[in-house]
Design a protein around this ligand. Structure first.
Ligand code: 0X9
Ligand code: ZN
Length: 302
């Protein structure tokens, strides 16, 4: 059995137990894998959801690269649930797409946020000077270190690390993503908050991929689908315009290095800064439904 639901927040163990449950209960569709280990030795688990198609397209979804953004892993787990346990609802959309879902890209940070410091964001790497943590969404190797970052290991938010892919988490996950890059068509990373669909690039204020307008067209489809869930608006645009430039993000790397066509960051609920990272658990289900609706809208366009 498992304890997963979308009426309360859950610890890492509940996520991993739920993934094992899905794999054990739906062995033809779901399997659990590990991309490697964190600095504290936790597994970096993903669920592969197989279509059974001969030459499937691939779609990556992740959450939790930032420890305190608890809605993101919950939404990723909801994507897993729907695509596995309620698969028949989405059959026509996902029949030739294999999904890889990693709900917690920063499990050490997540557990630290759950038990010690609610507002923790980074991983838990201990530096020479005693300060702790790298912002894993500043550590990816496409135009690393150019904007919206800190080189100070004691910066509590945006320390980019000593170099690109200095961290075991980004090393392991990037290696895994490269291993599935053939036919990998979409990459979506869940964060909170603000209700944005962010389009790369973000490493400076002006650089856009040559197919930016196509990414925007599909993002607007996702926006409509997300609005249809409960009337909430998710703003669509170029990352630097909406939230500011920040280099070393996973989306920039997926687009720029791996060549994944549809690469986005979704900033989920809420918009209100006074609520911030403390979204009431009563909104977890609807926030997750919006995230799924966005994923499915992108899947339809692949
Ligand atoms: O700054 C971030 O990493 C994300 N915002 S958050 O408030 N969740 O920290 C936005 C990431 C957008 N993508 C890149 N900057 N590459
Ligand atoms: Zn974030």
């Amino acid at each position: 059995g498992h304890n997963m639901d979308w009426t309360s927040y859950h610890r890492l163990d509940d996520f991993y137990t739920y993934m094992e449950y899905l794999a054990a209960t739906y062995p033809k569709i779901a399997s659990v894998g590990s991309a490697g280990k964190t600095i504290e030795g936790r597994e970096l688990r993903y669920l592969k959801i197989s279509s059974g198609a001969a030459n499937p397209k691939k779609f990556w979804v992740d959450g939790g690269i930032h420890a305190r953004e608890w809605v993101a892993p919950a939404a990723a787990a909801y994507v897993m649930r729907e695509l596995v346990e309620n698969r028949s609802k989405y059959a026509s959309i996902v029949s030739n797409i294999d999904f890889y879902v990693m709900p917690l890209m920063n499990p050490d940070g997540y557990e630290h946020s759950a038990t010690r410091e609610r507002m923790w964001r980074k991983n838990r790497n201990r530096h020479q000077n005693g300060c702790i943590g790298v912002d894993l969404n500043r550590n990816w190797g496409f135009n690393w270190g150019t904007a919206g970052i800190s080189h100070n290991p004691c910066d509590p938010q945006i320390y980019a690390g000593a170099k690109a892919f200095s961290e075991p988490e980004t090393q392991a996950i990037s290696k895994f993503i490269l291993s599935i890059k053939n036919n990998l068509k979409a990459y979506i990373s869940f964060h909170t908050y603000g209700q944005y669909i962010l389009i790369p690039y973000a490493f400076d204020d002006v650089s856009k991929p040559s197919d930016f307008e196509e990414l925007k067209r599909v993002a607007v489809k996702a926006q409509s689908a997300m609005k249809a869930v409960a009337g909430e608006t998710y703003q669509v645009g170029h990352t630097p315009t909406l939230v500011g430039a920040a280099a070393g993000g996973s989306d920039d790397w997926a687009k720029g290095t791996v060549g994944v066509k549809y690469a986005y960051t979704f900033e989920l609920r809420p918009t209100n800064y006074r609520v911030g990272f403390a979204l009431p658990a009563s909104q977890l289900a609807v926030a997750s439904q919006e995230a799924l609706a966005g994923v499915l809208a992108v899947a339809k366009e692949l």
